[in-house]
Write a protein that binds this ligand. Sequence first.
Ligand SMILES: Cc1ncc(COP(=O)(O)O)c(C=O)c1O
Length: 380
Amino acid sequence: MNIAKPDYKVDGNTQARLDSLLARFEEHGPRNVGYPCNSIFDYSALLPFMGYVINNVGDPFHDSNFRSNTHDIEREVIAQFADMMHLSQDGAWGYVTSGGTEGNMYGLYMGREMFPDGVVYFSQDTHYSVVKILRVLKARNIMIKSQDSGEIDYEDLRETIRINRDSPVIFMANIGTTMKGAIDDVGKVRDILDDLAVTESYIHADAALSGMILPFVEEPQPYGFDSGFDSVAVSGHKMIGSPLPCGVALTRREYVARIARSIEYVGVLDTTLSGSRSALAPLILWYAFERYGMDGFREMVSRCLDVAEYAVARFNDVGIPAWRHKNSVTVVFPKPSEYVFRKWQIAPYEDIAHIIAMPHVTRETIDEIVDDCLREDTER
Ligand SMILES: Cc1ncc(COP(=O)(O)O)c(C=O)c1O
């Protein structure tokens, strides 16, 4: 039995609005170099799925009364990320989120449920959403100083944990900070916890961008569940590329039982933060893994790192002190003129800015940006 499709013809005004919106996106797309969103993708094979009411409400690892879902596809995506994050298939649980923020909220929620009187430690360079998440969760928290590199200041962390030694530690690790691409060394953090004889701890990793880089490089900084993660959030619309914001929250299956509640109305286990969830987002991520495979992503990441290295060299050649961290596609340089950061959608922060070498950013793009930085404002 088919449901009749509505017979609706787009009127001239509506079409004009849609056309002008499309033109705007076409113009801005190639010059988005300040935000980590891969703009090169083709999901047209998935367009037919826009014609159905599909919804992944509930736990992707359990049945749902809402049958038009992509839970099976979602489980494959989670299995893929579990593999990349060094978590056994049997021990893995996760779901496709609406983006990095939801993944971080999930991880910190889990940490707070495991240790309700725990203190959350996070660095100054942590993504801005975390302060809001901690307010929502009403979790005790302490901000730790960052080093100039963007990495957490381990001495400040040690001293602060020492003073609060009677409380469990929930550590929010940055596996690639937003502005500088800095990676907190979870090995060092675990050493601090061992030295201070902290027995109750939980590490959540925000690997929004670098979660799709480190699995593909030869000498990654420590990352993954074998390095001590208890949960991780990775964005889907960043390195993978997606027209819909999305991401993945991944944790250990044994922890999830603590928050699961069975909901009769939808016949699901309520283990996710949102109720109704996109069924298209898991399909998009799954399709990207089908399309690229691990080798394709390795090649993509390698090209991005190459462009990032080229950018550092080009800036330095003309006397602009740009730099980047090992295995990072984030190129940090002094805040350019307003003309440059507006033209290239560069995100300035205090006196610095960054270019993020995503797949659509080429060596030619970098040449153009460097030329723009060299020109005086008055020439424009
Ligand atoms: C390090 C980091 N964490 C979290 C986020 C939040 O991700 P989203 O915007 O997908 O919620 C971002 C966004 O840029 C980020 O850079």
